[in-house]
Design a protein around this ligand. Structure first.
Ligand code: COS
Length: 389
């Protein structure tokens, strides 16, 4: 699946313009009010951003992973809250249905996800199951043709906006094999939301707990119709999500570097522009080189991802996605830190953008698998590839 090159370049240019003309000027508003204005969300829907990754047959734009990464890079060049509004529809919320859903599930949900009419969230994490996702406790008990789901899901991005959740719950015994992925509509009796999470950064993104108390969900809502496949679905979704976040990290690093260069050109000390000092140039150079290296890695991993059939699991590609996530998110952390350093005392002040970007990017190293989980995935795969020799 991919968009023809000419149409893709037009789309990319439109997104670039939208980011510069519509989103960047609204950054302060989002920071101040802790929300993305609804008229901007409406414009994002109009542009087709919610359906970037959904095939055209379901009303989406049908980008390949490599193309999605290029567009997400552009969305990364502004406050991360904007991307977050559409992020779960583009990625972790929708992809389980696309990869493993039945024909009926795809036809019922994907068109509304692609248009943004339905916001879909991904509910895996729980109070006692973060990195150890296979230990999740939410329980789904069979009751006739339905399941009754009870449990708590934590830090769920876009939950306050969501019309449905891709939600992992335990239908069987302990471990990964006992987990099923359900499509859970938000309005069902017994499903309630916790209070809004107060976060370090990414103001304007909405996250909260999702509480389920014997929520009755038809068995037909199990993704793919077969219980026990939910952990694998979640892992495949995360492989893809990790590439998406890698591209986002590169876009944000690009923006922070730009802010740093502009400041280095304007700020004068000791009678000259600070950008003329070699110690400032060294920080800019390190950031530029690391950004280019990360972006090359992301593009190469995304192109590899595009070679495998939709929904298939290829360990080599999982490993590459984890490499991209680990390297790019750590890279943007360093770029943000240098950005603050280049700005000196001003970099600590809220009126300069690098202060908030520094807080925003901290999450990239945590969600969709911490850096340490990526190291674990990479290390495990390398040992497996080497076999018993
Ligand atoms: N794609 C498809 N299947 C996968 C997979 C992938 N990327 N990774 C693992 N699996 C399969 C395995 O093949 C295995 O299947 P079999 O039992 O048939 O062999 C099964 O899933 C269990 O795999 P494994 O034993 O490796 O699972 P672990 O419990 O050891 O978990 C980690 C592995 C730690 C990597 C996983 O729990 C993880 O990614 N944790 C982080 C979760 C996360 O990112 N949370 C963020 C929430 S979303 S913001």
């Amino acid at each position: 699946m991919s968009l023809d090159q000419e149409t893709f370049q037009l789309l990319k240019a439109t997104v670039q313009r939208f980011v510069q003309e519509r989103l960047v000027p609204a950054e302060d508003l989002v920071e101040e009010h802790d929300e993305v204005p609804e008229d901007i969300v409406a414009d994002m829907k109009e542009l087709g951003l919610f359906g970037l990754s959904i095939p055209e047959e379901y009303g989406g734009i049908g980008l390949s992973m490599a193309q999605e990464c290029e567009v997400v890079y552009e969305l990364g060049r502004t406050a991360l809250a904007f991307r977050s509004v559409a992020g779960t529809n583009i990625g972790i919320g929708s992809q389980g249905i696309l990869m493993d859903g039945t024909a009926e599930q795809k036809a019922e949900y994907l068109p509304r996800i692609a248009s943004g009419e339905l916001i879909i969230s991904f509910a895996l994490t729980e109070p006692d199951a973060g990195s150890d996702a296979a230990s999740l406790k939410a329980r789904a008990v069979a009751d006739g043709d339905d399941y009754l789901i009870s449990g708590t899901k934590r830090f769920i991005t876009n939950a306050p906006r969501a019309g449905a959740f891709t939600l992992m719950a335990r239908t069987g015994g302990a471990g990964a094999g006992g987990i099923s992925a359900f499509i859970v509509p938000a309005g069902l009796p017994g499903l309630t939301l916790g209070k809004a999470d107060k976060k370090m950064g990414q103001r304007g993104t909405r996250t909260c707990d999702v509480n389920l108390d014997s929520v009755r969900v038809p068995a037909a809502n199990i993704i793919g119709g077969v219980p026990g496949q939910g952990f694998k679905t979640a892992m495949k979704v995360l492989d893809r999500g990790r590439l998406h976040l890698s591209a986002l990290s590169c876009g944000m690093a690009d923006r922070i570097l730009h802010e740093s260069i502009v400041y280095a050109q304007q700020r004068k000390q000791f009678g000259q522009r600070i950008g003329d000092f070699q110690l400032i140039q060294a920080m800019l150079a390190d950031s530029q080189a690391e950004l280019l290296a990360a972006w090359a890695l992301v593009q190469s991993a995304a192109r590899a991802y595009d070679t495998k059939p939709m929904g298939a699991h290829d360990p080599e590609i999982s490993m590459q996605a984890s490499c991209a996530k680990m390297f790019s998110t750590e890279m943007v952390g360093r770029v943000a830190d240098r950005g603050v350093q280049i700005h000196g005392g001003s970099g600590y002040m809220n009126e300069y953008k690098v202060e908030r970007f520094y807080r925003d990017v901290r999450l990239l190293r945590l969600y969709e698998g911490t850096t340490q989980i990526q190291q674990l995935v990479i290390g495990k795969h390398l040992m497996r590839f080497a076999g018993n020799a």
